[in-house]
Design a protein around this ligand. Structure first.
Ligand SMILES: [Zn+2]
Length: 404
C-alpha cells in the first residue's frame, strides 16, 4: 500500500474487521510460517505500536496470525499454519487486540501532548503501545507526581468531552514545524498522516486510533519511575484500568473498618504503615542484639553493669520490663530510647546509694532532666542531634561514677 497513492485501510477505517484476501507468499521460518497477503489489510509492528493479530479462514482451515511485522516495507504475517500461494479466503482481525491498541495509542497522544506542551524541556522518547497497556518515556526532565496527575486529569477530561479524533493526510514536505513528526514516519510513507484532537494534541502518526476520545473510556497511569534520561510511565485504558482501580479501591474499602479511616486519609495511613514497618525492623535488630549480648555484664567494683540502646521502644515498654526484673546481686541496668527526644531509665539493685546519685549529675551535665525513687531513675533529653553519641557519653559517665 505505501507504494501506491492509496493510504492504508487502517488509517481510514480501523474498525473494519473482515477482508477477502489472497496468499501471495508462504515461507517457513523457525516455528512460524511467514505469509504475505493482498490486500495489506493489517498494520505491522512499528512506530512504537505492536502488530495486529488475526485469524485466517482458508479452505476450511483456521489459522492464527500471532503477530505482524514489516520486512522492507512489506507486511508479513507470522502464522502457525502453512498455506499455498494463490489460496483465497477470509481474514478476521482480532478486534479486541486492535481496539485496545487504538484506545491506548490515542490516550498516549493526549497524555504526551499535555506533558510536552506544559513542561519546558520535556521530550517524548521511547513509546510502546499494545493491546494490554502502554509505556511512555518522557526524556530530558524528571516529572513530579503532580505533573503526571495533572496531565492524567487532562486526558480524562478529553475522554469525558468525547472529542473527535481527526486525521488529515499531507504530503511529507508540508508539515508544520510545531507538529512533532515521529521518527520513521517520513521515510515509510510518502503521505504523512496528522492525528489531531482539537485543543489537546496534534501529531504525525502511522498507528491506529479511535475516532472519538470517549472510546478510550478511562485512562489511568499505573506506574511512574525515573530512568537515566527522564521518567517512564506505564498506563492502562478502558476495562483494564477500571478493573485495576476498582480492585485497588475495594482493597482499601475492605480494610476501612478493621483500621478505621476515611478514604481521603489513605495516604497518611500508608505513610504511618511505612513508619511502623521501619520501627519494627529497628526493634527486631535491637532485640537481636539484646539476645546475642545477654549475659555480657561489665563488673565494676563489684557492681554488675549493663546498658541497652532501645531503638523503636517506648517508655511504657521499659516500665513493663523493669517491673519484671529480679536480681540478688548489686546491679545497674541502663535503658536508653533514642530519638529527637531521648528517654533514659536506670534501674538499680542493692546499691549503697539511691539511683539518683549515680545518674542525676551526668544527666544534668548533658542538658537533660530527671529524678526518681531509690531504685529507679528516669530522665529525658530534648532536641538531641546525635542520640547514639549522647548514649555513649551517659554510659561512660555512669561507668566512671562506679569506678571512683
Ligand atoms: Zn501515534
Amino acid at each position: 500500500m505505501p507504494e501506491s497513492n492509496d493510504v492504508p485501510i487502517y488509517w481510514t477505517d480501523p474498525y473494519r474487521k473482515e477482508f477477502d484476501i489472497e496468499i501471495i507468499e508462504c515461507k517457513k521460518n523457525g516455528d512460524f510460517f511467514e505469509i504475505k497477503i493482498k490486500p495489506e489489510c493489517l498494520r505491522a509492528a512499528g512506530g512504537g505500536q505492536a502488530g495486529d493479530r488475526a485469524t485466517l479462514e482458508i479452505n476450511g482451515k483456521i489459522a492464527s496470525v500471532l503477530d505482524t511485522v514489516s520486512r522492507e516495507g512489506e507486511l508479513v504475517l507470522l502464522c502457525d499454519t502453512k498455506f499455498n500461494v494463490g489460496d483465497k479466503g477470509r481474514l478476521i482481525v482480532d478486534m479486541n487486540w486492535r481496539l485496545a491498541m487504538m484506545r491506548n495509542h490515542s490516550a498516549e497522544h493526549l497524555f504526551a501532548g499535555h506533558i510536552v506542551r506544559s513542561i519546558e524541556g520535556a521530550k517524548l522518547g521511547y513509546i510502546w503501545i499494545d493491546g494490554e497497556h502502554g509505556t511512555i518515556d518522557i526524556d530530558n526532565v524528571r516529572l513530579t507526581f503532580e505533573q503526571v496527575f495533572a496531565a492524567e486529569r487532562e486526558v480524562q477530561k478529553a475522554i469525558i468531552q468525547d472529542l473527535p479524533v481527526e486525521t488529515e493526510i499531507h504530503s511529507a514536505g508540508d508539515l508544520e514545524p510545531e507538529i512533532r513528526a515521529r521518527e520513521g514516519v517520513i521515510r515509510k510513507h510518502e503521505k504523512i498522516r496528522i492525528v489531531r484532537v482539537e485543543g489537546h494534541d496534534s501529531s504525525a502518526c502511522s498507528g491506529t486510533h479511535v475516532s472519538r476520545t470517549g472510546e478510550i473510556e478511562f485512562f489511568k497511569i499505573i506506574d511512574v519511575h525515573n530512568t537515566d534520561t527522564g521518567t517512564r510511565l506505564e498506563f492502562l485504558t478502558s476495562g483494564k484500568a477500571v478493573s485495576l482501580v476498582t480492585d485497588t479501591f475495594n482493597l482499601a474499602l475492605s480494610r476501612k473498618y478493621d483500621y478505621p479511616f476515611e478514604m481521603e486519609q489513605l495516604g497518611a495511613i500508608l505513610d504511618k504503615g511505612k513508619k511502623a514497618i521501619e520501627q519494627r525492623a529497628s526493634m527486631v535488630s535491637t532485640i537481636e542484639s539484646l539476645m546475642l549480648n545477654e549475659g555480657l555484664f561489665e563488673d565494676i567494683n563489684g557492681v554488675r553493669f549493663k546498658t541497652y540502646y532501645m531503638e523503636g521502644f517506648e517508655n511504657r515498654d521499659i516500665k513493663s520490663i523493669i517491673r519484671k526484673l529480679r536480681s540478688d546481686v548489686r546491679e545497674i541496668r541502663l535503658f536508653f530510647i533514642p530519638g529527637e527526644k531521648c528517654n533514659l531509665t536506670v534501674w538499680t539493685n542493692d546499691l549503697p546509694h539511691s539511683a539518683n546519685e549515680y545518674v542525676n549529675n551526668i544527666v544534668s551535665s548533658h542538658g537533660g532532666r530527671g529524678g526518681g525513687s531509690d531504685r529507679v531513675y528516669t530522665g529525658g533529653f530534648i532536641d538531641v542531634k546525635d542520640p547514639f553519641v549522647l548514649y555513649e557519653q551517659i554510659v561512660q559517665g555512669v561507668r566512671e561514677r562506679l569506678m571512683f
